[in-house]
Ligand binder design. Structure first.
Ligand code: MD3
Ligand code: FE
Length: 220
């Protein structure tokens, strides 16, 4: 079955992003970050130079298949002692790189589009997937409060995103995330279980054999 976007004549184009309602308080803004793609990747390169991607270890002792780094006032980290938000990068002992303006602006605009005006993220977790990397079903609950939404930006290779309900046993649904897609998770959907299926092989024109996912949070 054909699952890619509808094919249109080359002189036709969408002049507004597509909106897919994923749940109560959750919306997918298809292609919302496409225009900003190159600027986001330039800013990302500077962040990753100051705080390189690394494979963190879970409290259970497993090395994550997803490589991570952070920018903003605090960053999400995991090690044998647990999960937490930390002001410093444990690898360098330095504060995380500042959140680039192009990151914070895009996250705030997307949140506003979804009905969450005034979103000011203080943390941006950056996940890097190579083919085979996956993220098992989990909830994001290490933040101090759940009133603010989480905004995600997917760049590079496409991925299958899994999202369930607020109970682990709720069967997850699958949705394709492509380069430039943005999603906002707030309200009752904020504590939904979610994950990412193993990344398929591929080559993206801007990012090569990888997918980068930015998640913007209000952690403090
Ligand atoms: C739904 N990242 O970093 S972002 C994560 O593609 C994470 O790297 C995935 O889950 C990734 O924690 C998916 C999508 C996401 C993030 C937070 C959510 C979906 C969410 C919170 C509630 C519900
Ligand atoms: Fe998550």
């Amino acid at each position: 079955m054909r699952r890619s976007r509808r094919v249109v004549a080359p002189d036709l184009f969408w002049d507004a992003p597509s909106r897919l309602v994923l749940g109560d308080g959750a919306v997918l803004l298809g292609g919302f970050a496409c225009q900003e793609g190159a600027a986001l990747l330039r800013a990302l390169a500077a962040v990753a130079e100051a705080a390189p991607f690394r494979h963190m270890v879970t409290p259970g002792g497993h090395c994550m298949s997803v490589a991570m780094t952070n920018c903003g006032a605090v960053g999400w980290v995991t090690d044998r002692t647990g999960y937490r938000y930390d002001r410093t990068d444990p690898e360098s002992g330095l504060p995380w790189p500042e959140m680039p303006g192009v990151f914070a602006d895009l996250a705030a605009e997307a949140a506003a589009q979804a009905g969450f005006a005034g979103f000011m993220p203080d943390a941006c977790l950056i996940n890097r997937y190579e083919p085979g990397a996956r993220l098992s079903l989990h909830q994001d609950k290490d933040e101090r409060g759940f009133d603010a939404p989480i905004v995600l930006v997917s760049l590079g290779l496409p991925a299958t995103f899994l999202f369930g309900g607020v109970k682990r046993s709720d069967p997850p649904r699958r949705v394709a995330l492509r380069h430039g897609d943005v999603a906002v998770w707030g309200g009752p959907s904020r504590l939904a279980f979610h994950g990412v299926a193993p990344l398929a092989e591929g080559e993206h024109p801007m990012l090569g054999r990888q997918r980068i996912n930015l998640t913007f949070r209000r952690a403090l």
